[in-house]
Design a protein around this ligand. Structure first.
Ligand code: GLC
Length: 414
């Protein structure tokens, strides 16, 4: 009984902590580190088997312009993003903050600045929630691999890990998200002492959200490079690269970057599946946002300004086929995302609920319609897609009750 009650209290507490995140829908991931200087993917040290001693030299050559994090945060805000997550330490092991645990950090070496502090301040300045990515896997620490084979090495590495996480949780004010990554080489949460570590984190940051990559489910799932919903009711966040690499990779051609419309489609899919989208930028070594990202994120933000109602807010997950067709929903309202345009009429099939009103979300313009048992026919549409930003118009369909759509092919959309 007691157990049940505390599980319920735990679930309620989680809902309370997660409310802002569930409504936020859209965040910016930032992968930035020594690897950015090489511009060949953030796994370059591993993929090219660069010896530690050789790689370490990158810690003496990192030149960073003034206040790059303000640029990211300003862009995130303009793009309609509500939070950010920065790689405070990626697999390469370089710490972007003023840690006392190792000299392999951005204050003692180059650029000679606490990049985490600059980032946190920039997020706050632009009203964005603050997330820290932290890689458990560490290719630089001498115990990072051998901790799997040697008990004294494991003890040292865990003490190191916990001390780093503690610093991040104490030195920078309120932190909203802790985003762990890769838990190689230890096999279990027990071996990582993840429960103990996360208990410490929550003690220091009672409202924090923790992802599922310390080998414990914690607050939310993290499908990577794909949009797949978790169990109903559980938070999930699809993390996506913009161009196939998390770290700066200038030789990737522009056509390999996600288009504006693709980003919008992803937002629609995560919304319909009750999840979030964490979209990555890999700044240049100096800290600038690649122009390909800027060019795409600004129209995304302009579009969201007009159509954000179809994206933000408490997720109300569609039926199991949430990614099919083009609907999102809030209460009695369905939003129909229309890309293909074919004449002045359109027909929506299978709606079982009575429609009261149809309008264009961006302008409020209303349209005439008729409804039968199987079809809604909307008339008087403009000949061409009225959305000039991305060619993606949203129709707001206000129903009498919660909209239900049955198409009879075994797949429930709404
Ligand atoms: C992977 C990669 C890593 C990246 C992360 C983001 O786990 O190892 O480079 O930071 O995904 O989700």
């Amino acid at each position: 009984m007691k157990r049940k009650q505390s599980a319920k209290a735990g679930a309620e507490d989680r809902e309370r902590r997660m409310a802002w995140w569930r409504e936020a829908r859209f965040g910016m991931f930032v992968h930035w580190g020594l690897y950015s200087q090489l511009g060949r993917h953030e796994w370059v040290m591993n993929r090219e088997r660069i010896p530690v001693k050789e790689y370490e030299r990158l810690a003496d050559t990192w030149r960073v312009k003034s206040a790059p994090a303000r640029e990211w945060a300003r862009l995130a805000k303009r793009a309609g993003m509500k939070y950010m997550v920065l790689t405070t330490k990626h697999h390469e092991g370089y710490c972007l903050w003023d840690t006392k645990q190792t000299d392999y950090n951005a204050v003692k070496r180059t650029p000679g600045r606490d990049l985490v502090r600059e980032y946190v301040e920039a997020c706050r300045e632009f009203g964005l929630r603050v997330g820290f990515y932290y890689s458990l896997m560490d290719w630089h620490h001498p115990d990072g691999a051998r901790c799997a084979k040697s008990e004294p090495a494991r003890r040292r590495f865990l003490d190191y890990t916990q001390a780093l996480v503690r610093e991040l949780m104490t030195g920078y004010g309120k932190i909203d998200i802790l985003w762990y990554d890769v838990s190689w080489p230890l096999p279990t949460p027990e071996a990582w002492e993840s429960r103990k570590m996360n208990r410490m984190v929550r003690k220091l940051q009672p409202d924090i959200l923790i992802n599922n990559r310390s080998k414990l489910p914690e607050d939310f799932g993290t499908p990577e490079e794909k949009i797949v919903a978790g169990e109903p009711g559980r938070g999930w966040e699809a993390c996506m690269t913009f161009n196939g690499s998390w770290g700066y990779y200038p030789s990737i051609p522009a056509e390999d970057w996600l288009s504006v419309r693709k980003v919008l489609s992803m937002l629609r899919e995560v919304r319909a599946g009750g999840g979030n989208l964490l979209l990555n930028i890999g700044p240049t070594p100096g800290g600038s946002v690649p122009p390909e990202a800027v060019e795409r994120l600004i129209p995304v933000g302009q579009w969201l300004k007009k159509n954000g109602e179809a994206v933000y807010g408490m997720p109300e997950r569609n039926g199991d086929c949430f990614a099919m067709d083009r609907f999102t929903r809030t209460g009695n309202t369905a939003y129909y995302w229309r890309r293909f345009w074919a004449g002045r009429e359109m027909t929506l099939g299978g709606f079982q609920t009575k429609l009261k009103r149809v309008s264009l979300l961006a302008t409020g313009r209303t349209f005439a319609f008729t409804q039968t048992a199987q079809q809604i026919k909307i008339t008087g549409l403009p000949m061409k897609c009225p959305d000039r930003i991305a060619g993606m118009a949203v129709f707001k369909l206000e129903f009498k009750g919660k909209p239900k759509q049955r198409l009879g092919a075994g797949c429930v959309l709404l």
